[in-house]
Design a protein around this ligand. Structure first.
Ligand SMILES: Nc1ncnc2c1ncn2[C@@H]1O[C@H](COP(=O)(O)OS(=O)(=O)O)[C@@H](OP(=O)(O)O)[C@H]1O
Ligand SMILES: Nc1ncnc2c1ncn2[C@@H]1O[C@H](COP(=O)(O)OP(=O)(O)O)[C@@H](O)[C@H]1O
Length: 188
């Protein structure tokens, strides 16, 4: 077998799927639901969970604009490495700034690595009722400032590859819509 044939047979197409949106929008839930489905089909999948990343490779970073940008660039770097090597990297990370997200997309384009941006566009009114981690309540009580979407910016993606209105869907429906897009693009 020639080298070309080995490559052709062994390489599966990886991709980065970045799920951006407000706290409690549903990013993490959709990522794990989708991960389960992709794994069941034999794909290699990693979820780069924002909270875990902040414990390890982004330990010490806070929530200033600069720190969030650094956090997003580090995650983008790791995701691209994984995706380039055949893994589907699912990234449920807020990434509130358009220029940070654009830089991650560029890194993928420069390496010919597939990149999909999903805006989990749950309105802040719904997120603040869900309040999975109690952050909205803390902000309202004056115990926290700089909460994304409340008193810190969230720059909505203008042209995401997919927009999900999670408030009108089940978790399974939301995950299925991402799966359908990946399928369409030959990535699932
Ligand atoms: N001030 C403030 N603003 C937003 N989020 C906050 C804040 N403080 C803590 N958290 C929790 O940290 C998670 C966000 O981390 P990320 O790494 O995803 O954010 S970022 O892209 O660097 O902005 C985020 O996780 P998710 O709720 O899963 O989005 C929050 O739980
Ligand atoms: N269609 C949906 N997609 C994702 N989450 C949903 C959906 N409908 C309801 N939820 C609920 O919303 C919450 C989202 O929390 P989480 O995934 O931790 O948000 P995030 O990671 O964006 O902070 C979960 O409790 C989840 O069960």
């Amino acid at each position: 077998m020639t080298n070309d044939q080995i490559q052709e047979n062994d390489v599966t197409t990886g991709a980065t799927v970045w799920l951006t949106g407000l706290p409690s929008a549903g990013k993490t839930t959709i990522a794990y639901e989708l991960a389960g489905r992709l794994r069941a089909e034999g794909r290699r999948v990693e979820v780069l969970d924002g909270d875990e990343i902040r414990e390890f490779i982004s330990a010490g970073l806070g929530f200033s604009r600069e720190d969030r940008h650094t956090n997003v660039q580090r995650i983008g770097f790791v995701a691209e490495l994984l995706a380039r090597n055949g893994v589907t990297a699912l990234v449920p990370v807020i990434a509130p700034y358009a220029d940070s997200r654009a830089a991650v997309r560029r890194r993928h384009q420069e390496n010919d690595t597939a990149y999909v941006e999903v805006h989990v566009a749950t309105p802040v009114e719904v997120c603040s009722v869900r309040d999975v981690k109690g952050l909205y309540a803390k902000q309202a009580a004056g115990e926290l400032t700089g909460l994304t979407g409340v008193d810190d910016p969230y720059e909505e993606p203008r042209t995401p590859d997919l927009r999900i209105e999670s408030q009108d869907q089940t978790v399974q429906e939301s995950a299925a819509s991402v799966y359908a897009l990946l399928s369409e693009r030959g990535l699932a």
